[in-house]
Design a protein around this ligand. Structure first.
Ligand SMILES: Nc1nc2c(ncn2[C@@H]2O[C@H](COP(=O)(O)OP(=O)(O)OP(=O)(O)O)[C@@H](O)[C@H]2O)c(=O)[nH]1
Ligand SMILES: [Mg+2]
Length: 447
């Protein structure tokens, strides 16, 4: 995967949040430090990393989660949004018979990208003519010809013509209207007047729909300077960032290019012709953070974080050592319904209340309230709820925006559950039933 080590560090941060007691200043400071370290290791610009984490910190302190969302999920969302912001805007790119000009310095991957783009167009049903306008090296023309064969594209070259713009004119005259033209140009060791002059002549002859700069991700942050200089000199529609598969500096290149003003259109993720992807910043971040897509962002997060804890909590549940921390992870891993209402159905009555369907909606509301209360309970209290009394009840109520009697109800509920669960452990028949359900549910309580 692209940017594997950055992704790994960031996923570690999310897991740390999931495992934490309360979201307090200490946790936020730690998380911010971790993100900063991960960013710097991926070669992200220092100022950019500092700005990003400062925004995470500020928002985590000042903003309140929407009703029903936990403080931890909310923190994850802030982190997601701020990382997403550093990757710039999405570059629309339609596949139709158009003219594409590829430019860039030596060895950045222009010719390879020309071949990959041709395959990409043809897969979507648009035929391509690859045009060899690298007039300085005959080997470059052969390289493109071979790639054209490989991807089944048409090929245009004129080995006797030394003016790139004339080659482009001849190619335009030859290509039928339904064909896309993708033009490979010569590289240089630096952005010099000759390179810019040649690019301008080629562009005047081609009148491209898309002028794309091909940049090697191994350049790290200097890719941003390069993009800016090219953008100012010739005007770019987008950037293709290549070799993201092999570069530890990919984070630096991605973020630096994103702020350069030229949006990233494609990324190259390998040497093969199929290894080109459209760059969608939203999808990119969710993949980096290990989330399928944004809709399932929070669900996936909870699943990942709580599976292990749910297993441990189930054990605790039967041992009678069941803490508020266990209760919280169960509530979160099993959704708003929680295992307790399911557990309760094992008993004819529970806490004096028979749990029939009418009571279910009420229970769900209560579970939601319990979850928000549990976000305001600190680590020590989660482990030993007996210390929660008097002033502490009022502090927790204030912190969670609930009434003190709800906090007391939560404690009563926890105590009753603990006793009932302990009761199951001593009732052989019930115990067997519970164990069977646990085994079937892969750690989830499906009583
Ligand atoms: N791993 C990896 N290698 C790539 C990628 N894109 C290009 N390459 C490799 O980078 C090297 C240079 O690629 P070229 O396409 O020849 O680069 P160029 O910009 O056309 O080079 P010049 O024409 O010499 O300026 C080749 O060995 C490619 O196989 C990529 O996304 N990932
Ligand atoms: Mg080349």
């Amino acid at each position: 995967m692209v940017l594997e080590s950055l992704g790994k560090s960031l996923r570690g941060v999310l897991q740390k949040i999931a495992r934490s007691g309360t979201v307090d200043e200490a946790l936020i400071a730690e998380v911010v430090r971790d993100i900063q370290r991960a960013m710097l290791q991926a070669d992200v610009n220092v100022q950019l990393a500092i700005d990003l984490t400062a925004r995470v910190k500020k928002r985590a302190k000042e903003e309140k989660p929407p009703a029903g969302a936990s403080v931890r999920d909310f923190l994850v969302r802030i982190i997601y949004e701020e990382i997403r912001r550093t990757l710039g805007k999405e570059k629309p790119f339609e596949i139709h018979p158009q003219r594409v000009l590829l430019a860039g310095l030596f060895g950045q991957g222009k010719t390879t990208t020309a071949g990959k783009l041709a395959r990409y167009f043809q897969k979507k049903g648009v035929r391509v003519m690859l045009v060899a306008a690298d007039v300085h090296r005959p080997a470059a023309i052969d390289q493109l010809e071979q790639l054209a064969k490989k991807v089944g594209a048409d090929f245009f070259a004129d080995r006797t013509e030394k003016r790139a713009e004339e080659i482009v004119r001849a190619a335009r005259a030859k290509a039928p209207a339904h064909m896309a033209l993708i033009v490979d140009t010569a590289g240089r060791s630096g952005i010099d007047p000759d390179l810019i002059a040649e690019l301008k002549r080629v562009r005047a002859a081609l009148e491209p729909d898309e002028t794309l700069l091909v940049l090697d991700a191994a350049m790290g942050q200097s890719a941003g300077r390069s993009a800016k200089a090219f953008h100012e000199a010739v005007g770019l529609d987008g950037v293709v960032l290549t070799k993201l598969d092999g570069s530890a500096k990919g984070g630096g290149a991605l973020s630096a290019v994103a702020v350069s003003g030229a949006p990233i259109a494609f990324i190259g993720t390998g040497e093969h012709m199929d290894e080109l992807e459209r760059f969608d910043p939203t999808r990119f971040v969710s993949r980096l953070l290990g989330m399928g897509d944004i809709q399932t962002l929070l669900e996936r997060f909870e699943e990942l974080a709580n599976k292990e804890e749910a297993e441990k909590a189930a054990e605790h549940l039967m041992s009678g050592r069941f803490s508020l921390r266990d209760m919280r992870s169960q509530l979160e891993s099993l959704g708003q319904m929680g295992p307790f209402s399911k557990l309760m159905s094992l008993f004819p009555t529970f806490g004096g209340v028979k749990l029939d369907d009418d009571k279910l909606a009420e229970t769900q509301t209560r579970m939601r309230r319990f979850r928000s209360i549990l976000d305001s309970v600190n680590g020590g209290e989660l482990d030993d709820p007996s210390v929660i009394k008097g002033d502490r009840i009022h502090r927790i109520a204030r912190g969670s925006g609930q009434k003190p009697q709800e906090v007391r109800a939560l404690l009563k509920y926890w105590e009753a559950t603990r006793k009932a669960a302990h009761g199951i452990a001593s009732d052989r028949k019930l115990r067997r039933q519970l164990e069977k359900q646990l085994a079937a549910g892969g750690g989830e309580l499906k009583v």
